[in-house]
Ligand binder design. Structure first.
Ligand code: ATP
Ligand code: MG
Length: 243
């Protein structure tokens, strides 16, 4: 048991959830490493939604508003961290959920689908894998013809850079949540919310209900500038922290 007054209570709880997820067979062991990398960047970002991340969450919501076939790609980490919020976002936006794993295993997909269903999710795609993402080899390419394959806008939190680039080459609009502003995923996406998925998904939901003139928001969005703002923030914090 982690005492509630522990100064790093929240971070430790999240870490526990990922570790439990591995035990339950929903998170691949490499998911632990991905989480640790995320934690390091979250520390640098002050473990809060900074204003540039809030702007990106609004742009993400705007893209979801104008999408005809939005899909969210869910992996093990995302499921154990924010399943409830994902299910609600899907309900509110009409977005389909697809469980799509970098280290594909049918057993893990079934477990994650069952977990999302427990949280109230319906019609979750992923098991059928009847289409392929072009330009990727092996199981990493498999996806659902009704889901990722047909989507115009894809929300892929915590995605691998290779797959993100492949989705871009297929002409998709890619929206990601990634704490590392330097990752290939962050750099190749159309919108990168540089924030912890635990804060970013509820924030996207909030913006979805309030965003005005989504086509203008999308038109104005410049992801590179936004990523530079995230890097500037980190640099400034590092340069002045003990001064
Ligand atoms: P890329 O393949 O895009 O170059 P990578 O290989 O460094 O990135 P991956 O392991 O493929 O990283 O993906 C994990 C990414 O998700 C990392 O960039 C990490 O910072 C980020 N990440 C991990 N946990 C979270 C979280 N809770 N919220 C947001 N981002 C996270
Ligand atoms: Mg990677």
């Amino acid at each position: 048991m982690i005492p509630k007054n522990h100064p790093r209570y929240e971070s430790l709880m999240l870490r526990n959830r990922i570790a439990e997820g591995v035990k339950q067979g929903m998170v691949h062991p490499t998911g632990l490493i991905a989480h640790g990398r995320g934690e390091a960047f979250d520390y640098l970002l002050g473990e809060r939604t900074q204003s540039f991340a809030d702007d990106a969450a609004r742009a993400a919501a705007a893209y979801l508003k104008i999408a005809k076939k939005p899909v969210i790609s869910v992996n093990g980490n995302v499921a154990v961290l924010v399943a409830d919020e994902i299910v609600k976002l899907a309900e509110e936006t009409g977005m389909k959920m697809e469980v799509n794993l970098f280290h594909r295993s049918e057993e893990r997909i079934r477990k994650i689908i069952a977990f999302l269903e427990e949280k109230g999710g319906n019609d979750i795609l992923g098991i059928e894998a009847d289409a392929r993402i072009a330009g990727l080899s092996h199981d990493r390419a498999l996806c659902s013809s009704e889901g990722i394959y047909a989507a115009d806008v894809i929300l892929v939190p915590l995605e691998d850079g290779d797959r993100c680039e492949a989705l871009k080459r297929m002409g998709k609009v890619v929206v990601t949540v990634d704490l590392n502003p330097l990752s290939r995923t962050a750099r190749s996406a159309d919108v990168t919310v540089v924030d912890n998925v635990i804060r970013a998904i509820p924030n996207i939901r909030e913006h979805y209900t309030t965003v005005d003139k989504p086509d203008e928001v999308v038109e104005m969005w410049d992801n590179k500038t936004h990523l530079q703002m995230a890097l500037d923030f980190i640099c400034e914090r590092l340069r002045t922290y003990y001064r």
